[in-house]
Design a protein around this ligand. Structure first.
Ligand code: PXP
Length: 241
């Protein structure tokens, strides 16, 4: 199973100071050299983390697939059609949400989303739709010509009880089975972490998992000792070369 690493929150840290560090593109290249199969970045309408320039530089510098997460807002569609990422994952977007809260209602907005899919595919971009694993939306995704669906694993990840979690896992399994029967490629993501990923990783028909927050959070913790040691050495021996 492949791993797509979402680097949005490297940019979140940079935006906290409005400078250039840490650079999400540099982080993406490190993810790539560490085995990531693709890099995911979400260009939100409010540009709260990833910026247009990041998207341009990712397009130029990545060796692995670049998966641009995006809404179908006309202005973001224009950026995608110009930059031409390898893949576009269409997500619903609300300005006040902390992160993507639910799947796309493809069946309800079939015409509008279908038009966006058509435009992106015309530019040679592979299109994936971020949806809940229900048959209605899976079928609608197939009808409007998406090549992939990405199942929202947030319900599974956040389930408060074991019973609910097992039920959500079963829904995901059934969704994967149904989507594959319609010959859709299947990805999954949202809320996956080092503790909950294994049952999902055992669903063999899923092609790729897209994971962001847990990896960036872990990177901070596993990297902080070295960062402190380096700074301590500098201020202890400021004259050393
Ligand atoms: N997939 C999609 C479509 C998302 O919107 C997100 C969050 O940006 C992710 C995967 C990654 O979620 P997380 O950061 O919780 O791993």
């Amino acid at each position: 199973m492949k791993l797509g690493v979402n680097i949005d929150h490297i940019a979140t840290v940079r935006q906290a100071r409005g400078g250039r560090e840490p650079d999400p593109v540099q982080a993406a290249l490190l993810c790539e050299s560490s085995g990531a199969d693709s890099i995911v970045a979400h260009l939100r309408e409010d540009r709260r983390h990833i910026q247009d320039d990041d998207v341009q530089r990712l397009r130029e510098r990545l060796g692995v697939r670049f998966n641009l997460e995006m809404s179908i807002a006309p202005e973001v569609m224009r950026v995608a059609q110009k930059i031409r990422p390898d893949q576009a994952t269409l997500v619903p977007e609300k300005r006040r949400e902390l992160t993507t809260e639910g799947g796309l209602a493809v069946a309800r907005h079939e015409k509008k989303i279908g038009l966006a899919v058509k435009r992106l595919r015309k530019k040679g971009i592979v299109v994936s739709l971020f949806i809940e694993p229900d048959q209605r939306n899976i079928h609608a995704a197939r009808r409007i010509g998406a090549e992939f669906v990405e199942f929202h694993t947030g319900g599974y990840a956040l389930a408060a009880t074991k019973g609910l979690r097992d039920r959500k896992l079963e829904e995901l399994r059934e969704g994967v089975f149904y989507a594959r029967s319609l010959r859709l490629g299947v990805n999954a993501g949202h809320g996956l972490n080092y503790l909950n990923v294994r049952p999902i990783a055992q669903i063999k028909e899923i092609e790729e998992l897209n994971i962001g927050h847990a990896i960036i959070s872990r990177a901070v913790l596993v990297g902080i000792s070295q960062a402190v040691r380096e700074m301590k050495a500098l201020i202890t021996n400021p004259l050393s070369p």
